[in-house]
Design a protein around this ligand. Structure first.
Ligand code: IPD
Length: 292
């Protein structure tokens, strides 16, 4: 496995992403036809399943020795191992997809030794492609280096635009941590808040990470999403100078399948923003405790 040709795998993943993009844009999804998984806000469509089948079949034919983890075929409680593993979300942003909102992507990642190593994130509606190989830089549409502009210093959260996600779990202690933290991030300083410039909730973790990589948002915070939502975008972000830490305060080295993430763009003052953000987290998430 030491001799994996990362460039060849990267190029093949891009070919697959385009093929998946054709399937996604040709589909006619509807809210009525979408099925649900754990609850009515956790959606899946026939297209999610068909794209995952196409991706897993193509990958296993070409790379039979590389393991596969995909959203639609995941067996609960399976942990990522150090063996090379493709980590795939056939449609990240399924809720947007069924509502014809174009913030949708296919997310194709490769982890080696538990490290996100190749990332390909493609939005077929806007034809926006983010790609990266560990140690070789991150790119928009293959040629434009990320971030898109020279990153300004990160001085404090009150000057940041922050992406967050509600996710599909809408009750319980973790939901309370989220909603109280959202309020704290938004609130005025005199009321104990960080008064960020704004909170955005776009509905695709993979594209959110790429937005942090490109510099369109300064940070992204979520707990509850999965390795397939973040693996590919993580490589793009790291290669653009960004950092991923735990959504709960204190852990600078979260695991890919740890289910809690805080991403901060590149730039002087990055670690200070992490500390300030952690100071705004109202409690601690339980999700991911089983995946330390
Ligand atoms: C979802 C999206 C969403 C995030 C959820 C994910 P899906 O992925 O990434 O932004 O908030 O946690 O599950 O279900 O559309 O593949």
């Amino acid at each position: 496995m030491a001799d994996l040709d990362l460039q060849e795998i990267h190029d093949f993943l891009i070919t697959i992403a385009h093929k998946a993009g054709e399937m996604i844009t040709a589909a006619h999804p509807s809210t009525g036809a979408a099925g649900s998984k754990k609850n009515s806000a956790d959606l899946v469509t026939e297209t999610d399943r068909a794209v995952e089948t196409m991706v897993s079949t193509s990958l296993s034919e070409k790379y039979p020795n590389i393991a596969f983890m995909g959203e639609e075929t995941y067996t609960p409680n399976t942990r990522l191992t150090p063996s090379p593993t493709f980590i795939v979300d056939p449609i990240d942003g399924t809720t947007n997809f069924v509502h014809h909102h174009p913030y949708v992507s296919i997310s194709l990642g490769l982890c080696i030794n538990l490290l996100p190593t190749i990332g390909v994130v493609y939005n077929p509606f806007t034809q926006t492609l983010y790609t990266a190989i560990r140690g070789r830089g991150a790119f928009l549409n293959r040629t434009t280096p990320l971030p898109l502009t020279r990153p300004a210093p990160l001085t404090d959260l009150s000057k940041c635009l922050v992406a967050v996600e509600w996710g599909s779990d809408r009750s319980g202690p973790d939901y309370a941590v989220k909603t109280r933290t959202f309020a704290r991030l938004a609130a005025a300083k005199q009321d104990g808040g960080a008064m960020v410039h704004g909170l955005r909730s776009w509905g695709s973790a993979a594209l959110n990470l790429c937005a942090v990589a490109s510099g369109a948002v300064d940070a992204y915070w979520e707990a509850g999403c999965w390795a397939w939502d973040v693996c590919a975008g993580w490589v793009v972000l790291s290669e653009a100078g960004g950092l991923v830490v735990d959504a709960n305060p204190g852990n600078w080295e979260p695991s890919v399948d740890g289910r809690r993430y805080l991403a901060v763009r590149g730039g002087e003052g990055q670690r200070g923003i992490v500390e300030e953000f952690w100071g705004c987290v109202e409690g601690a998430f339980e999700v991911g405790r089983e995946n330390p």
